[in-house]
Design a protein around this ligand. Sequence first.
Ligand code: ATP
Length: 422
Amino acid sequence: MSITAVNASIITIGDELLIGQTIDTNSAFIAQELNKIGVWVKRRLAVGDVYDDIWKALDEESKQSQIIIITGGLGPTADDITKPLLCKYFGGKLVVDEKVLTHVKYLFEKIFRRPGPMLERNLKQAEVPDVCTVLHNERGTAPGMLFKKDGVVFISLPGVPHEMKGLITSKVIPYLLSAFEMPAIVHFTAFTFGQGESMLAELLQDFEASLPTHIKLAYLPNYGMVKLRLTSQGDYKEEVEKELQPYFERLQELVKDFLVTNKDVGIEVVVGQILKAKGKTMATAESCTGGYIAHLITSIAGSSAYYKGSVVSYANEVKENVLSVQHETLMTVGAVSEETVKEMVSGTIKKLNVDFALATSGIMGPDGGSDEKPVGTVWIAAGNNQKVETLKLNLRFDRQRNITITANNALNFLRKFILANS
Ligand code: ATP
């Protein structure tokens, strides 16, 4: 490889990040976008709203990376100290940027429709260090700022995720592509379900040992699924892809019994793609997952083409009155039972007039378990108007994890049912 790696560091600023009040989603987004264009993210760092800590982070990271991306601390409040700090760090003075001022005034008058004169602290958002290039923030008041020092590019962005994303996509990535020559980083991902990480590692032991040193295999387990990612880098994307392809094919062959797809997507996306391709519809009846499966499915744009809706039948009364689960079933074998989820599926197919239905009922904890049905007992059913199949899970996690794992397993179970029965 003749093109040398371009390293980046991401510094996120804010006390709220350190105490866990805000989850740092900005770093994840920025890292993904940088990775796509071949920038290697060397370090990610969160610092509080402390002048010396931010200063030190800039010093330290510029020893590691040619690109430093900073988010947060640009707002109108006292704890937002980034801008004066950057001004001092790069040796400039704060001046009003007329374009930013016009934009801030426009936002307050026409969009936010704030009555009365604008506050001094809001007008101050139009001040920028005179040594920076302003990155215009269409989505908010705090502009992005680009600085250069000793061959390192520093880019400061607002912390608000929606604004940061707009700037990364429209300004930062195009700039980096024009300013740096990056090697291509290629990832190929095989998405598996139904086999744990250690068993997969056993299965792939020889394959992994046979990989050239520059091709890396990563195991990414996530709530019942394991994604296997092959990564390589080189000067040209096409060349890297061509070299990686036979290894990826071999990998898929080795895990074929557990392979869901060869794309890095969620299980809900895969189910949607299958239904769309077959022109079929589905609905859900959710007890223990409380609508979480419906949420996953409807998070995908265009899901209305195949998804009709859900009955969150949490109470027995709803299972009985809306989904026609028999009173006797609930009284004899109970809500968390194979019979109940089967009847939930049949009731949903009739009530919502769909080709396929998926139902869940279980005890998610921490209370509600018994000797016969301990916490973590879950029944799942998937079916059409001819056949209903069931799956029992015995989970052992906390409530939230139990819900997520149930939803993923349910969607995978439905996926297999549709493929086998249509
Ligand atoms: P503003 O101009 O709105 O004040 P800012 O640049 O000052 O923006 P912050 O004050 O640090 O940014 O944060 C603004 C909002 O963005 C807060 O709700 C904060 O929790 C959120 N936020 C900040 N940093 C991150 C991050 N790394 N990941 C996710 N959300 C973040």
